[in-house]
Design a protein around this ligand. Structure first.
Ligand code: SAH
Ligand code: SF4
Length: 343
């Protein structure tokens, strides 16, 4: 019989196993804590679990879902890009960035991506499959062990579109947040979407409380559809209308991400329009100067970037502006540069 993944199961699913095996329910919390709190990588090491239950688990489940295949280190900052291999031979990438007290980990939610954004290396590689919640969590667990430094922030901004793998992503985020799991505050977990409207709705309705980032990347529908094809289905007005419902809270504002592409979305009119949207939504704006992926898109020159940012600052009433000069550029670990070529 093919073994299932125990990593990724939530408390309820572990409790179901305990019920089936006729062992007390408190065992489920012990197993849960061994995996997500203590990061144990061998079921035999769960030393407060009766041997018979451990044997049952070992026979039926695997605990490790990923293997580290390669690690690249940036020469410029304390950033590492980690290449993981799944059991079925798929490759995914995660990035760990340490900056003083902050340790931010950027994780993948899918192998490849089906959204097909023209400026993104993951989009160009196409969609292979969704990751399981166990595979999402193992990126965090393996990096935490590798770095030996507590993780302070998790961003779902690696490979894939998190909202096209909604259930597994939410399950993993809930375990990262849970006080018996990794115990990270809700506002330290950010989920970034290219704008999958029905799932943004669901996320807001369910009051998930994780930070939401939306990749706007253009201020008119013609341009946005050109670079993010799903804009045909869910356009800018529809997104803004939905984001109005996001509760305005200083600690947890929506973030509009905006990748600056030379000659495409970097004009003065774009900057003016972007500040209008942002003042309307009371949100954060994150400007990401494009990172090269060797295709037709280019990063605007520095003067254009600075002018664009100056307009945002000038118009800033009800929003905040951040500029993300990406980390890990020398190892292709910056936003949008993650891509792996396997079957
Ligand atoms: N699929 C999700 C999350 C992963 S991409 C999303 O699209 O939001 C994370 C961010 O990187 C997005 O804001 C995306 O617009 C941006 N990005 C993609 N390719 C990029 C590139 N080549 N340079 C800079 N940012 C890029
Ligand atoms: Fe997918 Fe995000 Fe890349 Fe678009 S930018 S292709 S949604 S990973």
């Amino acid at each position: 019989m093919r073994q299932k993944q125990i990593k990724g199961l939530d408390l309820k699913e572990l409790a179901d196993i305990c019920l089936m095996q006729d062992v007390p329910l408190f065992r489920s919390k012990q197993i849960y804590r061994w995996m997500y709190r203590h990061h144990i990588d061998d079921i035999s090491k769960m030393n407060n679990i009766p041997e018979s239950l451990r044997d049952y688990l070992k026979e039926n489940y695997i605990i490790n879902t990923l293997e580290i295949e390669n690690i690249q280190e940036s020469k410029c900052e304390d950033t590492k890009k980690i290449l993981f291999k799944t059991h079925d031979g798929k490759l995914i990438e995660s990035v760990s960035m340490i900056d003083k007290k902050l340790h931010t980990v950027c994780i993948s939610s899918q192998v490849g991506c089906s959204v097909d954004c023209q400026f993104c290396a993951t989009g160009i590689m196409g969609f292979k499959r969704n990751l399981t919640s166990g595979e999402i969590l193992d990126q965090v667990i393996e990096i935490s062990k590798l770095r030996g430094k507590a993780i302070t922030n998790i961003v779902y901004m690696g490979m894939g579109e998190p909202f096209l793998n909604y259930n597994e992503v939410m399950k993993s985020a809930d375990i990262i947040h849970d006080h018996n799991g990794m115990n990270l505050g809700r506002n330290r977990i950010t989920i970034s979407t290219s704008g999958i409207l029905p799932k943004i709705k669901q996320f807001i309705d369910e009051k998930r409380g994780y930070k939401l980032a939306v990749s706007l990347n253009a201020t008119d529908d013609k341009t946005r559809t050109e670079i993010i094809p799903i804009n045909k289905k869910w356009n800018i007005q529809m997104l803004i209308h939905e984001l109005e419902k996001y509760p305005v809270d200083k600690k947890n504002m929506v973030m509009l991400e905006y990748v600056l592409l030379k000659g495409i979305n970097d004009s003065i009119e774009d900057a003016e329009k972007l500040s209008e949207y942002a003042n309307y939504l009371h949100c954060k704006v994150n400007i990401i100067p494009f990172n090269d992926i060797g295709n037709r898109y280019k990063r605007p020159d520095e003067d254009t970037i600075n002018e664009f940012i100056a307009i945002l600052h000038k118009n800033q009433k009800y929003y905040q502006t951040l500029v993300r000069w990406s980390k890990g550029l020398d190892i292709d670990a910056a936003c949008g540069q993650l891509s792996t070529n396997t079957l």
